[in-house]
Write a protein that binds this ligand. Structure first.
Ligand code: AHR
Length: 343
């Protein structure tokens, strides 16, 4: 009995190690909802850099419980090589299906070929990949579940331009000629979210030539780095010129708000701030009138991931990408929306 127990413990430790340190969930019996057997999903999450990411992870884990899917969860701590290691262990373990959020867009060609050769379907969650010229991601990835990063940033531009025209900041309004200076905090360089949001912002803002970018730097989607970068900008000779801050996620905007306050300026009034995600922290900042607006990016993707996995394994038809339906929030609707926010 004692020997059996030790053997079981060793086995559990080994599978934890293979999964890259994330653990295994729902290892009991029964069948997966919608299936005639229990399925195993290997899931590589990129980390826990933001409030959004934590909500996404919680959603995937809760949905796995609900569907009775055995989830081998791995946290890559923002490193692509950790994701590769985890995915290779999923292949060795012959999981039924793989889910992963690529930390950056490129560099996945070889491993996606390995997954394909192993005959394992793969769902990309939240971020897409870019493969070598001539290759289509649809030929390697069975389904994508997530938001349209380009349109999110386009909505942010529209919100800023409308606000600067109708209300403005404490220094100026947009009359079509006055120069409006923008600072941009970008997400993790090379990630689908950073690439898409930069593209969407650049395309849309180009329609308004009086908007000029005076600062642009990555804050890696974290509160701490958003704060650090903004602190440096607030100490520069151009600090007083900043009219608008666009942060590619709420966490960086929240960090930047601290830096703006510390520099003796009023966030939301002296500098208009718009970001993306719509997490609870952003609502708190909007209710304090420090963040002006947030464009929603839905992290509650777990149920859609599990539902799609079941359909794929049952060989039912699926749509490759069903875009998330999302809203936008500012001082006109944040208070009313707050009680029903789930993340
Ligand atoms: O890929 C989605 C982005 O990643 C979210 O906007 C951000 O908060 C997260 O870390």
């Amino acid at each position: 009995m004692k020997k059996l127990l030790v053997a079981l413990l060793v086995l559990a430790a080994a599978s934890y190690g293979f999964a890259g340190g994330g653990g295994q969930q729902s290892s009991g019996g029964g069948v997966t909802k919608g299936m005639d057997r229990k399925i195993v999903m290997g899931y590589s999450q990129i980390g826990a850099e933001s409030e959004w990411r934590t909500a996404c992870t919680n959603s995937v884990k809760a949905a796995a419980e609900e569907y009775n899917v055995e989830l081998i969860f791995s946290d890559a701590q923002q490193r692509q090589e950790n994701q590769m290691q985890a995915i290779r262990s999923f292949i060795r373990q012959k999981v039924d299906i793989i889910g992963f959020t690529p930390v950056v867009e490129t560099g996945w060609d070889a491993i996606l070929q390995e997954i394909k050769d192993a005959g394992i379907p793969v769902i990309c969650v939240d971020r897409q990949v870019t493969l070598a010229a001539g290759k289509r991601q649809e030929d390697y990835i069975t389904a994508f579940i997530g938001s349209n990063m380009i349109t999110e940033a386009q909505k942010a531009v529209q919100w800023v331009v409308n606000y600067m025209k109708t209300t403005g900041n404490s220094k100026k309004k947009d009359d079509g000629k006055t120069v409006i200076n923008i600072a941009i905090l970008e997400g993790t360089t090379g990630s689908g979210a950073q690439v898409g949001r930069t593209e969407g912002w650049n395309q849309e803002i180009a329609k308004y030539p009086n908007y000029k970018t005076i600062f642009r730097q990555t804050g890696n989607f974290t509160r701490a780095e958003g704060q650090q970068v903004m602190e440096a900008w607030m100490k520069s000779p151009q600090a007083n010129d900043i009219d608008v801050l666009f942060a590619q996620n709420d966490d960086m905007a929240i960090g930047a708000i601290d830096a703006i306050n510390a520099a003796g300026k009023k966030p939301g009034t002296d500098i208009i701030i718009v970001s993306i995600d719509a997490v609870k922290g952003a609502f708190d900042a909007m209710l304090r009138k420090e963040l002006n607006a947030t464009i929603e990016c839905n992290p509650l993707l777990g149920p859609q991931v599990m539902d799609t996995a079941v359909k794929i394994l049952n060989k039912q038809p699926i749509t490759w990408w069903v875009e998330s339906v999302e809203g936008q929030f500012d001082w006109t609707n944040a208070e009313a929306a707050y009680p029903s926010r789930q993340y």
